[in-house]
Design a protein around this ligand. Sequence first.
Ligand code: GLN
Length: 197
Amino acid sequence: MKIGVIGLQGDIAEHISAVHKAMREENISGEVVWIRKAEQINGLDRIILPGGESTTIGKLIVKAGIDVALREVAQKGTPIMGTCAGLVLLANEGDDHVVKTGQVLLGLMDIKIKRNAFGRQPESFETDLDISELGSRPFRGVFIRAPAIEKAGKNVQILAKFEDKIVAARQKNLLVTSFHPELTDDTRFHSYFLRLH
Ligand code: GLN
C-alpha cells in the first residue's frame, strides 16, 4: 500500500510516523511518501491532508496544482483523510469568515465547517471521545485551535461529537477529524483509515 501525506505545511512528520506505526500493527506492507508535487498524487492508495494553517496550506496546494490532482483522485474513490486544517480544506462550505476571506476549499465533502469552533480560551485541550467505529475504549482527542462541522449532508456519517459539535465524520472515501489522531500513541484512527474501503 502506498500512502501519501500532503507535505507543504503542518504536522507532516507526525502523520508519517503514525501511518508507519499503524501499518506495523495492521501487518500492512508498503511505503509512506511525503507529497510536495501534483505529479506524486497519481498511484497513491491513501492520502492524508494534515493539520496546520488551512489558509496557508490552501494557497500552497493551489500553487503546486495539488488541488486539481486531489479533486481528481477523490472523485475516483481514493480514500483521503483530513485532520484539523485538512478537515477545513475538504469541506464544501465555510463559516462567514471563510466566505469573507475567500480562502481555498477543495469542496469535496458535503459539510459546513466553522474554523476555531472551540473559541480562543482554551485554544487547545484534550478530551476522551466515544467513537463506536474504533471500539468501546475511548479515543483521546487532541484539539488545537480546532474547527468543527456545523452541518453535514445526509450522505455524511457522523463518527464523533463533542459538546454537540461534530468532530469526526466520513463520507464514502473521505474521512475527517477536528482533532489530531497523529499526536497520540493510539493508532486506531489511522488503522481505521488504512482499512477503509
Ligand atoms: N485553526 C486552523 C485552521 O483553520 C487549524 C488548526 C490545526 O490544524 N491545528 O487552519
